[in-house]
Structure formats: C-alpha cells, structure tokens
Write a protein that binds this ligand. Structure first.
Ligand code: C5P
Length: 286
C-alpha cells in the first residue's frame, strides 16, 4: 500500500533556558518550540532493501543519516529485519542550523514507515524511539507549538490564555548564516547557574514584545555569538531593520526576527547579508 509523502517542518525555539547539567551528561532545558512552514519532504515505497536517496549531495545517506537511523530503530522495534523501503528526502531546510531539520526528518521517517510497514506502534513506544534518535525528535512527531522541558522531550502543547492552541501573530524572518555551530561545543560552553527563571511559556503566549525582549531569550546566544560574529551581525541586521525582537534558535546558527508588520519583515529579509539563507513565516491564519 503506498503512503503519502510527509512534510518535515523546521522549528524555531522562542527562548531556550539551560537549567542544569544532569548526571547523564545532558542538560535540563526550558524552551518553546514553534514549527515553521519551511519543510523538507520525505517520500517512500516498500522495497527489498533499506535505501535512502536525497536531493542534497552533501548529505550522507548511510547509517549516519537520522532518517536511516530512524528506519533501523523502527525495524528493530518490529523485530523484522526483512522490512525494506526506498526513501527519498527532498532537503530544503538548512541542517546543523538550530532549526531541527535532521530531527524533523527522523520523526517524519518514523511516521511514514509506521504506515508503510503497517505497524501498530503505541505512541509511547514511538516517543521512546524518537528520543533515542535525539532530544528534539519527539517534538516533531506531532509538530505543534509546544513548551518543552527535560531534554526537550517533555512536551506540553502551548496554549493561549483562552486555552486554545497558540497561534503566533507575528511575521518571523529566519536568517541562517552560512556557518556551522557544534551543538556539543555550545552545551560545553554553558555553565547553568540554577537560579529561578521566568515562565517562558507564559512570556511567549503574552505576545508582548517588551516581555519577549526581556524573557524570550536564549542562553546560548552570548557564548555562540562570541565565537561566531556572523550570527551577531545577522541578529543586529534584523533589529536595525525594525524587528521588535531577534533571538538565536537552538544552538544556532539560525536567528529569528520578530515583526509586527509585513512591510518591515519583507524589507528586513531583503537587508540581510547575502550569505544568509532566509525564510519568512507568515503569522498563523494569514
Ligand atoms: O540529543 P541530541 O543528540 O540532539 O544531543 C546532541 C548533544 O547536545 C548531546 O550529546 C549533548 O552534548 C547536548 N545536549 C545536552 N542536553 C540536551 C540536548 C542536547 O547536553 N537537552
């Protein structure tokens, strides 16, 4: 039975606090995940072997690709090494950029192959498989705005004050400088101070940009910008062009600029350095 292709959306973090280092080496976080319309596309059909092809020649297609790792993990869960698939990934979102591109592809692979292989996988098992692939992967299983804690895998849907799913009312311009930030190095550069932190979910859903500037912040921004001036330049270009707020996503290099008006957002996107890849996200409902 053929299954429909799946979109694998990027995300931005609207705020990211690193709360403490854990005995297992990971860090407890507090963050808001917001999915974007910018997405990769994963398609697949049953095949004798497990094969991945992609539109991006720079991307590995062996066991180091999270899509292949997701397929192998699911096949192991099913206990059936004969399960095969020909998977094709249209790569559109820059990876290694703090946009969760690889994690989203992995979640899309879990969902797509569950259907393709007609597996009845309990959601809790799928969540555990996702977490085994990476801290951000569980978020992408549903891909709805969420408040994440723990490694980022404890997810609460982000609700507005009326209890409705949060819809971001702003234009977002995502600038991705053409540099790579090592996630492990970024975590190593942080010393959490165990102090109390603002309620990030409440800050985001307030839609108050004064509050966003004070509280929707990313603990990686200072240390990462200190070693990567291109990121600071992109963020300052967004602010100079009229962003009400601009903040690093994940461990970078992506920066998200927040705009109240379309014309300012469009002009800001055009004013970014030519070396940046740029995505403009419309307010939800536009
Ligand atoms: O889980 P993931 O493979 O995405 O994590 C990559 C690296 O980022 C980990 O090896 C760890 O160094 C760091 N990390 C962390 N705490 C988290 C998530 C990631 O320390 N919550």
């Amino acid at each position: 039975m053929p299954v429909p292709a799946r979109l694998a959306p990027a995300k931005v973090n609207l705020g990211l606090y690193v709360l403490r280092r854990r005995p297992d080496g990971y860090h407890d976080l507090s963050t808001v995940f917001l999915p974007l319309g910018w997405a990769d596309r994963l398609s697949g059909r049953r095949a004798d072997e497990l094969v991945l092809t992609t539109t991006d020649p720079g991307l590995p297609t062996d066991g180091s690709n999270l899509v292949v790792r997701a397929a192998l993990a699911l096949r192991q869960w099913a206990g059936n090494p004969a399960l095969g698939a020909a998977l094709h990934l249209e790569k559109r979102v820059p990876y290694g950029a703090g946009l969760g591109g690889g994690s989203s592809d992995a979640a899309a692979a879990l969902r797509l192959l569950t259907g393709l292989w007609s597996l009845d996988v309990p959601e809790a098992d799928l969540h555990a498989l996702a977490l085994g692939l990476g801290s951000d992967v569980p978020f992408f299983l549903d891909g709805v705005p969420a408040y994440g804690t723990g490694r980022g895998e404890h997810l609460d849907p982000l609700l507005d004050p009326d209890g409705q799913p949060y819809r971001c009312p702003f234009w977002l311009v995502v600038a991705v400088p053409d540099i790579h930030v090592s996630t492990a190095e970024a975590f190593a550069s942080i010393t959490p101070d165990d102090g109390s932190r603002p309620d990030l979910a409440a800050a985001v859903v307030s839609n108050d940009l004064v509050r966003w500037r004070a509280e929707v912040t990313n603990d990686f921004q200072g240390p990462v910008e200190a070693t990567h001036p291109e990121i600071r330049a992109a963020r300052e270009a967004l602010l100079d062009a009229g962003a009400g707020h601009a903040v690093l996503s994940g461990t970078g290099a992506a920066v998200v600029g927040v705009f109240e008006a379309e014309d300012t957002a469009v002009e800001a996107a055009e004013a970014l350095p030519a070396t940046c890849r740029v995505w403009t996200e419309l307010p939800e409902g536009e």
